[in-house]
Design a protein around this ligand. Structure first.
Ligand code: HEM
Ligand code: HEM
Length: 183
């Protein structure tokens, strides 16, 4: 199921984005500002990918009877957008991390690190393509412990996401008001 293909694809996408970023830096002879066309676009597209990360997998997970796509594919897509989105947002910051926007970036980094921890726990037990744990494949005790660990991880990962999106919406509102509309 999760064999790391999504990590390779995310790395390839990050390399492509880095090349484009490099070309822009070279042509404009400077770091793109968060509020100019390129920097702004990075922030907006990155944020859209992050919003998709936050919502799509959860929606699919709660619609178990639905036939659209396997759970494992949705989780792979979750991880892909959960890495590429934050990377674009990182390039959007123009390497300045002041105030609430800086805090939003910090939350973003934390949720990505937390995601890797979750992925590690998740992949420790064998699952079907639909994400269901294959009973009997490992000793019962390991299953029970993994389930408890995963539940604990959820209680940490989900509030971080909420704090992140609250901060992000305030940043976006303030940035649009002060840096875009008042210009
Ligand atoms: C999670 C998503 C986002 C994060 C983590 C983030 C983070 C940041 C950071 C760290 C800065 C630099 C602040 C500084 O100067 O120290 C910044 C600037 C800015 N961001 Fe974002 N951003 C995000 C999404 C967005 C989106 C979606 C928009 C637009 C709709 C946006 C608009 C801006 C603007 C206009 C600035 C420049 C502000 C100025 O020049 O004073 N950001 N952002
Ligand atoms: C913008 C970044 C991210 C956000 C906002 C985010 C958000 C979420 C949310 C809300 C859930 C709960 C889904 C549910 O049970 O309904 C979740 C689960 C999960 N996420 Fe992320 N995530 C992000 C990045 C990542 C990354 C980078 C990885 C892996 C490297 C990852 C791996 C996981 C895993 C393994 C689960 C658990 C799946 C399950 O229990 O069914 N996430 N994430």
């Amino acid at each position: 199921m999760l064999r790391g293909r999504e990590l390779w694809l995310a790395a390839l996408a990050a390399i492509a984005i880095t090349i484009i970023y490099g070309i822009v830096v070279f042509l404009s002879r400077g770091i793109p500002a968060a509020s100019d066309l390129f920097g702004h676009s990075l922030g907006i597209f990155g944020f859209i990918l992050m919003l998709m990360t936050e919502t799509l997998y959860s929606l699919r997970k709660r619609a178990r009877s639905a036939r659209w796509g396997r759970m494992s594919s949705w989780l792979q897509f979750h991880i892909f957008t959960g890495l590429v989105g934050p990377y674009m947002v990182l390039l959007h910051t123009s390497w300045k991390f002041n105030g609430l926007a800086g805090v939003t970036m910090l939350f973003t980094v934390i949720i990505v690190i937390s995601g890797f921890i979750g992925r590690y726990i998740y992949t420790r037990v064998p699952r079907t393509l639909d994400g269901t744990v294959i009973e009997g494949a490992v000793p019962e005790e390991i299953l029970r412990r993994t389930r408890r660990l995963m539940a604990l991880w959820h209680t940490i990962h989900i509030p971080i996401g909420m704090a992140l999106f609250t901060a992000a919406f305030i940043h976006i509102g303030a940035a649009l008001y002060y840096a875009t509309l008042l210009k």
